[in-house]
Design a protein around this ligand. Structure first.
Ligand SMILES: [Fe+2]
Ligand SMILES: [Fe+2]
Length: 273
């Protein structure tokens, strides 16, 4: 991306689900990111059970990136133990900029970040009608969408990236069982992306989704869930974005690349991806 700062290279990944077994396993991947990119982007499910202990472990793993800026949003797993505030503060102390309805400019690139929420896509999106609990559920998705809009509105950089955990489009969750699509994202999150100029959207959560899609207005959407990238691009857990056109996921470990990094196998759950 060029905007007077030269080329800014982003390495993006999601759903690292850092847990007890991850000690030492993520360092090589983060070190590769630090070598190949200027900014590391983490799209949620940073921890497996959302504990402070896991966040401390992740902070330790991230130490290898040294001074490279790291920007992140939390995912649903990071809320599992009710320790999301502590996770934010542990990661912030480690130098990670954790976004939740706010924005940051790093190396000239503006990032607007929210976790997002579920609710479904297009005509199948859940509407705020009937029981109060349904209205409350839909309200949460609307609220996340408004937070994203506010974050985008604050950015002055012409190169804007929207960072979410849940998907704003159906296309990048395809590959998952259709029955769970409504739990993987929500079209309401796409609305602010139509109102503000956005260079690209990065999300995770759909471990078995599709790596690339587009919003209705043609903005590229990247699902960088680590389990998905590992399946689709053997040996690679990174997505690099650079000058136009956007680079494809970095196929590390191919004929010319370094060997694959050891990465932990995330614990799959039935719904709590
Ligand atoms: Fe998730
Ligand atoms: Fe996940």
């Amino acid at each position: 991306m060029r905007d007077g700062y030269g080329v800014v290279r982003l390495a993006a990944m999601s759903d690292v689900h850092c847990g007890k077994e991850s000690a030492g396993a993520l360092q090589a991947t983060f070190a590769q990111a630090a070598q190949a990119a200027d900014v590391l982007v983490l799209a949620g499910d940073l921890t497996d059970y959302g504990t402070a202990e896991e966040a401390r472990l992740l902070a330790k793993e991230l130490a290898v990136v040294n001074r490279m800026p790291v920007v992140a949003v939390l995912g649903n797993h990071d809320y599992e133990s009710g320790a999301e505030q502590e996770i934010c503060s542990i990661l912030s102390d480690a130098g990670v900029r954790v976004l939740d309805g706010d924005s940051v400019e790093l190396n000239g690139v503006g990032f607007a970040g929210v976790k997002g929420f579920a609710g479904g896509f297009g005509r199948g999106a859940l509407g705020p009608w009937g029981e109060p609990i349904i209205k409350q559920f839909v309200h949460e998705a609307v609220n996340e969408s408004l937070k994203l809009e506010t974050a985008l509105a604050r950015l002055r950089s012409p190169s804007r990236i929207a960072l979410l955990h849940y998907s704003p489009v159906r296309e990048t969750v395809e590959g998952e069982p259709p029955e769970i699509f409504p739990y993987l994202g929500c079209s309401r999150l796409e609305e602010p992306l139509s109102r503000y100029s956005v260079f690209a959207v990065i999300h995770g959560h759909a471990h078995n989704g599709t790596p690339e899609g587009k919003t209705a207005r043609g903005v590229p959407v990247y699902n960088v869930a680590m389990p998905l990238l590992r399946k689709r691009y053997p040996g690679g857990a990174l997505l690099r974005l650079s000058e136009n056109p956007l680079n494809l996921p970095d196929r590390r470990g191919g004929d010319d690349g370094p060997p694959p990094s050891p990465v932990p196998e995330p614990v799959e759950t039935t719904v709590g991806r």
